[in-house]
Design a binder for this molecule. Structure first.
Ligand code: LLP
Length: 423
């Protein structure tokens, strides 16, 4: 469900034609819909009603401060994975007592920052990290609130690059070691054990792996409690998948049913870290066709956005629906095309042999479901400026990140003393 629909022949974000935004900010750009963000957050939060749950939006999916603020105003907390994200979440108005700090390689500086900020919980992913956090907390003279992230050795049945819950993955503490590590943590003066965390992967479209992971967590909680270790909070991570191509996917209600079925009766407060589910459908990337190139064997639409702007197709062979901003006639003939960017790599391809209605150079295309892990993962490869981002609310739209100019990118470089610019 989203708020990008054709009206009077033009694809609109809520009440604003995307062509109007293109005129105002140039192409390519990202555009987000407030109504869609709010809808998804509410559907997710409502599905959990009756549970003692905190929804900590995974900032990595879309870290724009306007996006985080939109969700924070509805009551969302934040899941952050770097000192930078922690600063962003706080700048966006998320109270620290609703922030979870996750991540496999937090530095001592980041751990100290998390403690000083007063975050709700730090998810520890290894024994060396536990030791480091204990040291840092003792230096600060406090006890750090800690959940151990457990690796349950469960296959999330998603893309290999975004599966995190198998024992060969770098994430978490093997569940078979969990008891020993908890016992050790319980004796550390700088550590206050609050609970257990798990996150097995992203874009899960099958609920069974969640079920299996949460059951394993349940067994672990029973074992820990039997040994007198207090477990009061469970962090169930993110990972709920969304439809990219209209495929049926389980929604928040079905996901919540799995939660109720597995861990709801343990008397723990629950933390959720959804990212994609909240922002994925709430964003599009709009790009203009530069050339239509008739190749020897196929037609290429060469657009002004590239793999550096939306990496998902190159990195994960991900599917994004691509539609013309000007509504095609219902009976328009479809022709297979490859939509590609200007970057000098064959991987800079958004789709291959995809049926598309007739389009021409100068036309705008919208790449849909680009709100999650789109702008967040963009780079300046090929010295291409980072895209501007626009947030729409009803009839209003606002530039929420300006385009990074080429001059700004070049200005970050420095010549060493032994090369004189003057020659
Ligand atoms: N919590 C933790 C600890 C995570 O590592 C992640 C995502 C999330 C929550 C949020 O997961 P979500 O609800 O968004 O699935 N760039 C990839 C996705 C990487 C996900 C990384 N971790 C993509 O574009 O598909």
């Amino acid at each position: 469900m989203d708020h990008f629909t054709y009206r009077d022949g033009v694809l609109c974000a809520e009440d604003v034609p995307l062509s109007q935004i293109a005129e105002a900010v140039g192409t390519p750009f990202y555009c987000y819909s407030t109504a869609t963000l709010e809808h998804h957050y509410k559907v997710f939060a409502d599905a959990l009603s009756g549970l003692d749950a905190t929804v900590c939006y995974a900032v990595k999916a879309n870290p724009n401060i306007a996006v985080i603020s939109t969700l924070a105003r509805l009551g969302a907390g934040a899941d952050v994975v770097s000192g930078g994200e922690l600063k962003r979440a706080m700048a966006a108005g998320v109270p620290p007592e609703k922030i979870v700090f996750s991540g496999v390689g937090k530095t001592r500086d980041e751990l100290a920052q998390a403690i000083a900020s007063g975050v709700m919980q730090i998810n520890v992913e290894s024994e060396p990290e536990l030791q480091a956090l204990n040291d840092v907390a003792m230096e600060a003279g406090v006890k750090a609130p800690v959940a151990l992230r457990i690796n349950p050795d469960i296959d999330a049945k998603t893309h290999a690059k975004i599966s995190t819950g198998k024992s060969e993955n770098k994430f978490g503490i093997e569940w078979t070691r969990a008891h020993a590590v908890y016992s050790r943590a319980a004796k550390m003066p700088g550590i206050d054990i609050t609970g257990v965390a798990v996150h097995i992967g992203s874009q899960l479209t099958d609920l069974q792996p969640f079920h299996d992971a949460f059951r394993r967590l349940r067994d672990l909680v029973a074992m820990l409690r039997a040994d007198g270790l207090p477990i009061r909070r469970l962090d169930l991570g993110g990972g709920l998948g969304i439809p990219y191509d209209g495929e049926p996917t389980p929604g928040p209600a079905e996901y919540a049913a799995v939660v109720r079925d597995t861990v709801a009766d343990l008397g723990c407060s629950l933390v959720f870290e959804p990212g994609r589910m909240i922002v994925g459908n709430a964003g599009v990337m709009v790009s203009r066709i530069i050339y239509v190139k008739e190749g020897a064997t196929r037609t290429f639409l060469i657009i002004d956005a590239a793999m550096n702007d939306l990496m998902r197709p190159s990195l994960y062979d991900a599917y994004h629906a691509i539609v013309p901003v000007s509504e095609p006639a219902g009976n328009a003939p479809q022709k297979p095309v490859d939509v590609v960017g200007p970057v000098c790599e064959t991987g800079d391809t958004f789709c291959r042999q995809r049926p598309m209605p007739p389009v021409a150079a100068g036309d705008l295309l919208a790449l849909r479901t680009a709100g999650a892990y789109g702008a967040a993962m963009a780079s300046t490869y090929n010295t291409r400026p980072l895209l501007p981002e626009v947030l729409v609310s009803g009839k209003a739209f606002s530039l929420v990140r300006k385009r990074v100019e080429v001059e700004d990118i070049i200005a970050m470089d420095r010549l060493p003393a032994w090369i004189s610019p003057a020659g």
